[in-house]
Structures are given as C-alpha cells and as structure tokens.
Design a protein around this ligand. Structure first.
Ligand code: SF4
Length: 369
C-alpha cells in the first residue's frame, strides 16, 4: 500500500489542553449528558497502531466499538506500548501509524462526544500500575497464556524472547482495571486474556484486603471475519488487504483481481458462492436481493465473475465513500485532530490519576501524603 506522510502541525504533541473537539463530532446526542454517562457500564478496549485500517479491522472491531459507544461509557485506546512488545518499530513508523489509525477511527464514526479516546503511552500511570501488578502476578500465570506460546511459534522471524512479551497480559490487565472497566469486548480467542485480568484484579483485592478493582466481565462479541483478497485471513503481512480509505481505483483493481471459486474456470462453469471470498463481501456490502441474485447466478453460471465483482465494487465504494470523505476532511485539519486527542487523553489521565492515588494508598506507597 502506498503511504502518504501525515503532516502534523509544528510542535504538535499530546500535552496541554484547549478546545476544538466538537468539530469532529459525529455525535448522535449532545454533550452534557454526564449523569446518564455515570449510570452506564464502563467498557474498555484498545488496538495496536498498525497504520491504516483494513476492512477486516472495520467489520471485526471498529463497527462494534461504534455501536458500543452508544450504549456504554467507552474508553478506547491506542495500544502503542503493546505494539512494542512484538515489534521494534522505528520511531517514525510508530508515530505515523498512531495518527493513521486515529484518523481512520474518527472517519469511520468513533465519536469523542460519545466515548473517550486516548493514547496509552501518554498516560504514564499505566506503566506504574503495570509495575505494581507485576509484583503480585505469579510467573506461571503468564507462561501458560496460550497466545504466548502460539505467537512464539507463529512469528518466527522476530525474537519474542523478551520480558515485555511475556508480561504484556499484565500491562493489559493494568489498562483495563485502571479505568475500573465493567466489561471488555472480546472474541472467543481472547477470553483467556480477560480471565487473567480477572485473576489479577481478584488477587490485588485479596492481598490488600480492599475491593479497589471491580472484576471485569468479557463482553463476548460475534463479528464477521472477512477473508483477504486471496482467500486467506486478511493480514498486512500477507499483502491481501483492502484498506478503508484507499483510492477508489485501487479498491476496484483489487476486487477485480480477487480470488473466486476455483471451480469457475470458464464462464459457463457453475460455482459455489460459499467457496468464494467475493461472496463473503457481498454478504456484508450488498442488499439481500443482490446477495440472493449473485448466489443463484453463481450456482447456475447465469452470472460471470466479472459482473459479480462489478456489483460488489459498486456497493463497497458506496459504503466507504462517506468514510473516505471524512478522512480527507480530517487530514486537512490535523491541528484540530491533535487537539481532540490531547483533550481526550487528558480526560483518560484524570481517571488514571485518581485510580493510582487509591492504589498507592491501599499499598502504603503514600509517604508524603
Ligand atoms: S460468481 Fe461471484 S461468488 Fe461466484 S465464484 Fe464468481 S466471483 Fe465468486
């Protein structure tokens, strides 16, 4: 994918505080509804900054977040420290990846009026809680983490034999319980992580004989899994992604080259739509009538793959159009985007500061108070 360098305003950094956030709101309701916010259960979730988001990210996590922000008091964060546990990214890369991802979040509909968006590394309290939880987390809890073993086998090209990678579930626990979250939206494969967070929260409360942290629940979420253009799992490392905001002609070209049911060698060969990644996209982007028409046409060879893909291209482009327009608008206003994130991160930090004061009091690390 071609990447354009993001031009941030001179001196832009995530410190300080000022106005400017409302201009990016896609809010469905006004501000000032603090009482109802207080009554809502709190949800926390984060995403590693890997740059521009692809359609798998959009339908797999982001759309879920966009819905959740209307029902819960949501905290969503850029997990930039987590990105460093598996990748020694160069400074320029991680910086650009953070802003690319934030722009996509805002373009797709995450709304700072409805949720709190922040950058993990800008709330240093996460590091302190991570350290303190590390003191009470038994090593075998981390060594038995299934992801620890799986990723060491899968990501062979990187050396994952570092302390940060072994300890990342403790950082994850710190991220979640810092905000006293009631729930964490996860897929089935991430359940062991939430369970570990629950165990760490319980252990802290037990050892210090004080219910400081609520034990968060997993909010099990079924989300559609979109295959990549070659039929494998959509992944940047496979080079088979369709990105949310890439140019129309690139999307068109990628869909036209997308893998189809291999049984459809010639135009008159019937196919099985369920074996074609193109059909998986139709189920998300096309109307029920079009999905039925394509399925029938594929099975009977009444429709050719090119015509089938043209219908998909039309629908994908129509759906992504408003996101792409929003993204262009935001790119023209990076000063304000930075300000919004600065304010949002300040908001998250004020919660973290309160939690850490309580934690230090509980442990007895408050000698000057
Ligand atoms: S007709 Fe459509 S669904 Fe069927 S194999 Fe071709 S591209 Fe795939």
């Amino acid at each position: 994918m071609q990447r354009r360098a993001l031009v941030l305003p001179k001196g832009a950094a995530l410190t300080g505080c000022s106005k400017g956030k409302r201009e990016f709101s896609t809010s469905l309701r006004g501000q000032g509804d603090l009482n109802s916010m207080m009554e809502k259960k709190r949800i926390l979730s984060g995403m590693r900054p890997t740059g521009r988001l692809h359609l798998g990210n959009l339908h797999g996590a982001l759309e879920n977040w966009i819905q959740l922000q209307q029902q819960y008091d949501c905290f969503f964060f850029v997990a930039d420290w987590h990105a460093l546990t598996t990748d020694y990214a160069s400074p320029g890369d991680i910086h650009d990846n953070i802003w690319e991802m934030i722009l996509d979040w805002l373009s797709a509909g995450l709304d700072p009026e409805q949720c709190t968006l922040f950058i993990q590394s800008e709330v240093k309290e996460h590091a302190e809680l991570y350290l303190l939880l590390g003191m009470i987390t038994p090593l075998p809890w981390l060594e038995r983490n299934p992801t620890y073993k799986e990723q060491q086998q899968q990501i062979e090209q990187k050396d994952l034999g570092n302390y940060g990678f072994l300890g990342y579930p403790v950082l994850q626990a710190a991220d979640i319980i810092m905000y006293k979250a009631n729930g964490v939206p996860v897929g089935k494969d991430q359940l062991p992580h939430v369970e570990l967070t629950r165990e760490i929260a319980r252990r802290f409360n037990f050892l210090y004989e004080r219910e400081v942290f609520p034990v968060p629940d997993a909010l099990l979420t079924e989300v559609p899994v979109l295959p990549g253009t070659d039929g494998r799992k959509m992944s940047k490392s496979y080079g088979n992604c369709l990105y949310i905001t890439e140019p129309e002609e690139v999307i068109r070209e990628k869909i036209l080259k997308m893998m189809t049911d291999p049984a459809r060698v010639r135009r008159h060969d019937p196919g099985t739509p369920e074996l074609s990644p193109v059909f998986a996209y139709h189920k998300i982007y096309s109307s029920p009538e079009e999905v039925a028409e394509v399925a029938e046409g594929c099975r009977t060879a009444a429709i050719g793959c090119i015509d089938c893909k043209k219908i998909l291209i039309k629908n994908v482009l129509a759906r992504l159009q408003p996101i792409r327009e929003k993204r262009l608008e935001l790119e023209q206003n990076m000063t304000k985007v930075v300000q919004v994130l600065r304010d949002e991160t300040d908001k998250a930090r004020s919660v973290a500061v309160q939690t850490m004061a309580e934690v230090r009091d509980t442990i007895g690390l408050n000698v000057f108070r």
